[in-house]
Design a protein around this ligand. Structure first.
Ligand code: SF4
Length: 82
């Protein structure tokens, strides 16, 4: 049996640098801070990026959320490439 890859990106994410993964449990913490980029799916089971950051301030907000996400489900592809 193949297990779930915890870094697997949710297919709902807008393609780009940041994404959420199947580890997301839908706690909603990130949406309080970045509701202008992240939203719940229609069942509110998980969240995804519907828009990528466009300014340095928006990137910084997502970088902080990446550290604060309890499930480590918000990822920055720039980290994976370094
Ligand atoms: S903070 Fe993390 S676990 Fe919670 S909704 Fe956002 S991405 Fe998902």
């Amino acid at each position: 049996m193949s297990g779930t890859n915890e870094s697997e990106s949710l297919r709902f994410n807008e393609p780009g640098r940041f994404h959420t993964t199947v580890q997301c449990d839908g706690c909603g913490q990130c949406i309080h801070v970045a509701g202008d980029m992240i939203t719940f799916d229609s069942s509110e089971v998980f969240c995804y990026l519907y828009r990528q950051p466009e300014t340095p301030e928006e990137v910084e907000r997502l970088k902080n959320l990446e550290l604060e996400c309890p499930m480590r489900a918000l990822r920055d592809k720039a980290d994976e490439l370094s």
